[in-house]
Each structure stands twice: as C-alpha cells, then as structure tokens.
Design a protein around this ligand. Structure first.
Ligand code: CP
Length: 313
C-alpha cells in the first residue's frame, strides 16, 4: 500500500477534500443501521498513539476503525515505554514490527508526526501536534458546515474567536475554510493573536464590534494550561469572558456557533449557547466519526476512485 500521510491540511487538494467529504457522506447510512459495521478494512491494522489528552479525536478514530472492521491497537503515553524514556523514533521502529497500515498520532510537539513518518512505512495521520495542525478537525468542521448550511460554502463568513496563538485548530481551519471559498476573520486579544497572521489572507480584529457580519462563529477554547502558565496573556478569565465570551445576547438570529471542544463554560461560551440545540457542537462530534471513517478508508484505498455508495457499503 502506498504511504499516504495526512499531517497538514496542505497535504490535500480541494478535490481531495471534497472527495473525503463525499466519502464521509456515503458512510452516514452505515451509522444509522442497527448493526453499524462494514467489512471494508478487514485485516488492516490501525495503531493510535495519544501522547496528549483527548476525548473526541481518540474515541472517534477508535470507533471509526472498528466500524470499518480494522484491527485496532491504542496506546497512551501513560503506561507506555515513553514513561521509561523511549524516544518517538524507537517507538515508531518498535510498533512498525507489527506492519501497521496506519498510525494515528496526537503529540504535544509540533512536527512530531513528521518524525514518526520518517521512521515507519505506515501512513501517518496527525490527530493534533502541538500548536501546528489538526487536519482531521478541519475536515469534520467542513463536513458539519456542509451538512447544515449547504454543499456550497463559498462566500460564507466565519469569525474564529479566541486563543488563535496556541490553536492548531485555527491553523488548519483557516486553510481548509479558505480552500472552500469561505471568508475568515480572526478575533482575539492582541496577546493571543499571532503576529503576521494577516499573511494567511484573513481579516484580523481585536473586538466583537463586527460580529453581526458573521454567518458562523467558531469559538476556540481558552487553553488555561497555557494561559495560566505565567505568560500574562490575559489579565483574567473573567475579563476575557466579558470582552470576548459569546452568549445569546451577542448573537443575531441565524448565526451558527461551532466549537471543537472541550468547551470552557462561562469563559469563551455561555451555557445558554452551549445547551442550545441550534449550535453545531454536537453535530461536529457526530461528523468526526463519519469523517474519520472516510479518512481511514481513503488512506488505504487512495483518492483516485470516485464515490459510489456501494463501494464502501
Ligand atoms: N477537538 C478535539 O480535538 O477534542 P479532543 O481533544 O477531545 O480530541
């Protein structure tokens, strides 16, 4: 099987992204059946390494692999030989002895997936590496938008609000949203806005004065583990919430709210939005399963075939 890494959203062309989204759509009927399993990847081996905490990404990759009948093996840093000082290179060499088809990895360091890829014949899928990229989150976000707002996302105006500086989701989403023709505005306090980010073709704002212009409001988690680490990014979470937190009072009718999770209730998102059925947050989680099934499938079979539902069902 040729090696097909997915490390950055830049690894994909627009045609690849659209094929992945179409493939994910073709898996939806499987997820509605009583028996939610197909033999598509029977005999394939998928290893997941989560060296950083995760609920959504780890559970959806695991379930996606199982829905496709692949053999799965999941490791976390705690309890693995990482605790004894084993390097990523040696972990890659060790696990490659099992001839896995795919290794999915989340890691606290940007660039770790590239290191992994250089030391294994398996295809590597980035499940989030430091502040670098989270391409599968971007793909599920695009899928959720397409399912809820229509297939043509061109011209849609998205405001990404929050801790842009530390956000791998923002980096992937900016690229993916623009690839499908969306207009991206970033909003953050100056301390959480990366310098020179305008070069990515986004608008940059430091308050919510123009929030009414947004069709979609994409909130990012204030990464308290980084913000509270003594770097003085914010005077206080309360002040952040007052200036940038989104509650119903700040929305106009028709605006849809997204968040990759986990959320900080009362910081970037008020409970009256977090608990509102109109937000897309639960749909994003649901989309994660179908999209990650599509990613695993396309990583194995390639991107050259068209999508026919009987192909995967
Ligand atoms: N959105 C996201 O990556 O969530 P997890 O950290 O729970 O995987």
């Amino acid at each position: 099987m040729p090696k097909r890494d997915l490390i950055s959203i830049e690894d994909l062309s627009r045609a690849h992204v659209e094929l992945l989204l179409d493939t994910a759509e073709s898996f939806l009927p499987v997820l509605e059946r009583d028996i939610k399993k197909v033999p598509t990847l029977r005999g394939r081996t998928i290893i997941s390494l989560f060296w950083e905490p995760s609920t959504r990404t780890s559970s959806s990759f695991d379930l996606a692999a199982k829905r496709l009948s692949a053999d799965t093996l999941g490791l976390k840093a705690k309890g693995s030989a990482v605790e004894k000082g084993e390097t990523l290179k040696d972990t890659a060499i060790t696990l490659s002895a099992y001839s896995p088809d795919i290794i999915v990895m989340r890691h606290p360091s940007a660039g770790a997936c590239q290191t992994l890829s250089q030391n294994t014949e398996a295809s590597v899928i980035n499940a989030g590496d430091g502040t670098h990229q989270h391409p599968t989150q971007c793909l599920l976000d695009l899928f959720s938008l397409r399912q809820n707002l229509g297939r043509d996302l061109g011209g849609l105006r998205v405001f990404i609000i929050g801790d842009i500086l530390h956000s791998r989701v923002a980096r992937s989403d900016i690229m993916g949203f623009q690839m499908l023709g969306m207009e991206v505005t970033l909003v953050a306090p100056p301390t959480l806005m990366p310098r020179g980010i305008e070069e990515m073709g986004v608008k940059v704002e430091y308050d919510l004065a123009n929030l009414k212009d947004a069709d979609v409001i994409y909130l990012l988690r204030i990464q308290q583990e980084r913000v509270e680490a003594g770097a003085n990014y914010l005077p206080s979470l309360r002040e952040y919430s007052e200036l940038y937190g989104i509650s119903q009072a700040r929305l106009r009718p028709g605006q849809r709210v997204m968040h990759p999770g986990p959320i900080n209730r009362g910081v970037e998102i008020a409970s009256d939005i977090a608990d509102d059925d109109e937000n897309l947050i639960a749909h994003q989680v649901f989309s994660g399963l179908a999209v990650r099934m599509a990613i695993l499938y396309r990583t194995i079979v390639g991107y050259s075939d068209g999508v026919a539902s009987e192909e995967v069902l």
